[in-house]
Ligand binder design. Structure first.
Ligand code: PAF
Length: 282
């Protein structure tokens, strides 16, 4: 495994390998890697000859500057995890390398980016599109891997690929959970022992709501989740929406779609956690 810091260096390495017909998989990350990221890397290693993992805390996607300051930087530990999982290249650029000048591009992925995370984190998805498009341009991968935990991000990246005509395959990978059900997230490390116990209620509520939804309406299911979260002191619901997984718009009736997904964001103390669950899938 090689660690490279510049686009030139990375492209020089990759052009030789691509000329030999090797397929390249890209796993974009912001570091602070855990088993969820490892699952993306493993999948890429299985499906491609070369796997590039980018580790870059992208400043343009943080609408909350405090969040950016607190974001963990753990490159040494990240490299150990990546080497153990078969990564070929770690691409760890500086901010100046990725943004030699300010990126003024404004994307629109409406209606996908106007709801949920897009509504609560203004500018977030524009920043994600800026960095992911720069990574696609730098690496020109055959496939790129993203987790389904960031369900809306995945939908927006698929839309960006369509809009900008990128010639690559986007691979969405299932949420990886702790044994007790909590969705893996770099932010879980910021939970106190007590908060970690309470946070479990989020995934438990989503799982229960899937059973509940089998014989209840969409609005009853929304209320079920809202009330379960409200009943837990220490959790504060930011939003829970049941949407059509293709266009991310709220559904009123299960019959409106064959791909219904419940997306939730909850504050556990100061830590903002997201999760989602599929109710109906084609
Ligand atoms: O999901 C993430 O970790 C980030 O949003 C991504 C896709 C690496 C872009 O910075």
């Amino acid at each position: 495994m090689k660690i490279v810091h510049t686009i030139n260096e990375l492209q020089a390495e990759l052009s030789v390998l691509k000329a030999q017909g090797k397929k390249v998989g890209l796993v974009p990350t912001m570091g602070a890697l855990h088993a969820g990221h490892a699952s993306l890397v493993k999948r890429s290693v299985k499906e491609n000859d070369i796997t590039v993992v980018s580790v870059f805390v992208n400043p343009t996607q943080f609408n909350d500057k405090n969040d950016l300051i607190k974001y963990p930087h753990t490159l040494d530990a990240d490299c150990k995890l990546l080497e153990a999982n078969g990564c070929s290249f770690v691409f760890a650029p500086s901010v100046e390398e990725m943004y030699p000048e300010p990126d003024t591009r404004q994307f629109s992925f409406a209606p996908l980016d106007t709801v949920m995370e897009g509504a609560f984190r203004p500018g977030h998805f524009n920043g994600v599109a800026q960095i992911v498009s720069k990574l696609f341009d730098a690496v020109k991968p055959h496939r790129a891997y993203f987790g389904e935990k960031d369900f809306q991000q995945l939908a927006i990246i698929r839309e960006m690929v369509k809009q900008l005509h990128y010639d690559l395959e986007i691979v969405g990978c299932s949420i990886i959970r702790e044994e007790d059900g909590l969705a893996l997230s770099s932010r879980n490390a910021r939970l106190s022992t007590h908060e970690r116990e309470i946070a479990l209620k989020i995934s438990q509520t989503l799982f229960k709501s899937r059973t509940f939804a089998a014989d209840h309406s969409v609005s009853e299911t929304l209320r079920f989740v809202e009330e379960s979260i409200a009943a837990e002191k220490g959790l504060r619901l930011e939003y829970f929406e049941i949407v059509d997984g293709n266009n991310l718009q709220k559904i009123k009736d299960w019959a409106n779609t064959n791909y219904a997904v419940g997306c939730i964001t909850v504050f556990c103390g100061e830590v903002r956690l997201i999760d989602n669950i599929k109710y109906r899938e084609i």
